[in-house]
Design a protein around this ligand. Structure first.
Ligand code: ADP
Length: 595
């Protein structure tokens, strides 16, 4: 992924790292030369003019020049390195985030947003994306560690063969301890994903505009903040425990390895005293030992981090590997499937049983009914009866758990999804308020009409909000929503009408309309107006309206009464009134409450 996202940066960083990584070993060797030359000179006694030494002792001259030159080079490359890193990090993070977002966008169903397990993965993915950027540092750190480590191993071995072995041996347990610590931390992080999500939820409640009013009116501030804090401390405590254990284990092993590292040092000092080593050697070897240890430590740290990132990025790959349950056959259907003349069968809901993903509780328990061509069907029933759920299935936001829905005899699952959705115009109960211009809020209903001012104007008029365009100086380009700079916030009713306009724009291609409680935010006068619009556009196509306002149901050709996830009555208003059952009862109760 890194190589694909930032090939140029990666190769440049690798190149610079070879230089900076090898630098310290060479510097050490050069200072050994300087010291050895100097100790020779010191033995020869003082000289009158220091300049003569410089000009006659070319080794000293070159070693000094080399040291300075190398320092400069290392300095320059480290600076360039920082810039390259920043660029690499941004590229990698952007690429990974882009991939994740693209993946989420390809999900045709909305199960991803409703199942806690999947939401946890998404949550962890966010963390993973944050860590991926560290990958670049670690890659280079590992490289640098190796490059400082390997030459020092060779130099140390030239001192005595057991020295590198000893140094590696005493560091090995640290690697193991470090990895164990990372693994434990990550396990905590995974188990705390839900806690993190809860923190997000309460954070959003405190920051979010939607909740601001009621939180204040009901004096819920303290509750919200303390909930957030509780979740925070819960996560923190779990982490702190693991951190403490890790710190103790790592401190212990680093003491051991530092004690071990003192042995070769003693060995060299004794060697100098006994005349086996020069003073330059002591500079070189103590440097090497320090460097080898530094290299090893860097390797361990990077190894640990690398391991950490491997764990943290797992959810990203899990998400990228996730296959949407709701799939679309690639091929389009013969055009006559979509015909909506009277000899077609329309939409048939057959023995549909449905439980939301991740739940065993069936919300729909064997639903049967039909929407014939040009027919308007009202779904009515008490709250929680399953009307909205059925509406979502009719838009194929989910597939039935059992049973099927057919469009002119073809199972929904055999229809190309985009084409199916193009045939459906929906106004949702929880319609979207896109933080964008008025034009796009409406135009996104049918993208080919996005730039057709007349078409947009027309549906706005039909939905009864044409005034919006005139009221605001920017007209269709008026930004909507408080999130946007200079954004205009609309009233609930106006937002709903904008959502209705969006769906009306689709009427050119839509054969099925689904209106879910389309008048919830409207007063009775406005409600009647919307009913009329609705009645009007429903003519000549199939329509399903979900409403517990039976005045709207009364206008439908047929009424389907749902109770506890099943159809209990079905027929026209008059038939159901004559039946004197649940519908008649509901209608009489509602009618009396309007008087
Ligand atoms: P209605 O529209 O008739 O009021 P709904 O279809 O909204 O009823 O809800 C029917 C049942 O489905 C309710 O008991 C509700 O709790 C449950 N339900 C709705 N949405 C979800 C969901 N995303 N996940 C799980 N259960 C859900």
């Amino acid at each position: 992924m890194v190589a694909k996202a930032a090939p140029r940066e990666l190769s440049q960083i690798a190149f610079f790292n070879v230089m900076t990584g090898a630098g310290p070993a060479v510097t050490l060797y050069l200072s050994k030369l300087v010291i050895d030359e100097l100790s020779l000179l010191v033995q020869q006694g003082p000289v009158a003019d220091w300049r003569s030494v410089i000009t006659t002792d070319s080794t000293l001259l070159w070693a000094l020049a080399g040291t300075v030159g190398l320092r400069l080079l290392v300095e320059i490359t480290s600076t360039v390195d920082i810039l390259l890193f920043a660029s690499l990090r941004d590229r990698v993070q952007g690429a990974v985030q882009g991939q994740v977002l693209e993946k989420i966008a390809t999900f045709n169903d909305i199960a991803l947003f409703e199942s806690p397990d999947l939401l946890n993965i998404v949550q962890l993915t966010q963390k993973g994306v944050g860590r991926v950027q560290r990958l670049s540092f670690m890659l280079s750190g590992t490289l640098k560690g190796l490059l400082t480590f390997l030459p020092s191993v060779l130099l140390a071995a030239s001192l005595d063969w057991w020295i590198p072995l000893l140094l590696i041996g005493i560091t090995a347990p640290s690697i193991w301890v470090e990895m164990r610590h990372r693994r434990r931390s990550w396990r905590v992080e995974t188990t705390q994903a839900e806690t993190s999500r809860n923190m997000d939820i309460y954070g959003r409640l405190i920051r979010g505009e939607n909740f601001a009013k009621e939180i204040r009116l009901f004096s819920l501030q303290q509750i919200m903040v303390s909930r957030w804090k509780n979740f925070y401390f819960q996560r923190f405590r779990a982490m702190a425990e693991v951190r403490k254990e890790g710190a103790i284990a790592m401190a212990f092993w680093s003491c051991i390895s530092n004690l071990g590292a003192a042995l070769p040092y003693v060995f060299v000092v004794v060697g100098v005293v006994e005349g086996r080593f020069t003073l330059g050697d002591i500079a070189l070897y103590t440097g090497i030992i320090a460097q080898m240890q530094g290299g090893l430590q860097r390797l361990i740290a990077n190894f640990g981090e690398l391991y950490d990132v491997t764990l943290a990025t797992k959810p990203i790959f899990q998400l990228l590997d996730l296959q949407p349950e709701l799939t679309s056959p690639p091929q389009k259907q013969a055009a006559d499937i979509w015909k909506s003349d009277a000899d077609q069968t329309g939409i048939e809901v057959q023995d549909v049983v449905f439980a939301y993903p991740g739940s065993d509780v069936p919300i729909l328990k064997g639903v049967n009914f039909q929407i014939r061509p040009n027919e308007m069907v009202a779904l009515v029933g008490e709250n929680g009866a399953g009307k909205t759920t059925l509406g979502k299935l009719l838009c194929r936001l989910y597939d039935p758990t059992q049973g099927s829905i057919y469009w002119n005899g073809k199972d929904y699952r055999e229809l190309e999804l985009r084409e199916l959705r193009d045939r459906i115009a929906v106004v949702m109960q929880d319609y979207a308020r896109f933080p964008t211009t008025l034009r796009e809020n409406v135009g996104w209903g049918y993208q080919p009409s996005l730039d057709e001012d007349n078409a947009i104007q027309e549906v706005l008029e039909e939905a009864g909000v044409a005034r919006l365009v005139k009221n605001y100086e920017l007209g269709l380009e008026t930004p909507l929503g408080k999130e946007l700079e200079d954004g205009v916030d609309l009233s609930g009713g106006q937002w709903q009408r904008v959502a209705i306009a969006r769906s009306l724009l689709r009427m050119g291609t839509a054969d099925l309309m689904v209106f879910d409680e389309p008048t919830a935010a409207l007063d009775p006068k406005n409600e009647q107006e919307i009913y009329d619009i609705f009645r009007n556009v429903a003519r000549g196509r199939m329509a399903v309206v979900v409403s517990h306002r039976l005045a709207l149901a009364k206008m439908a050709d047929r009424i389907v009464v749902l109770e506890h996830g099943g159809v209990i009555e079905e027929g026209s208003h008059d038939e159901l009134m004559a039946l004197d059952g649940v519908y008649a009862d509901m209608f009489t109760r509602q009618a009396s409450s309007y008087v």
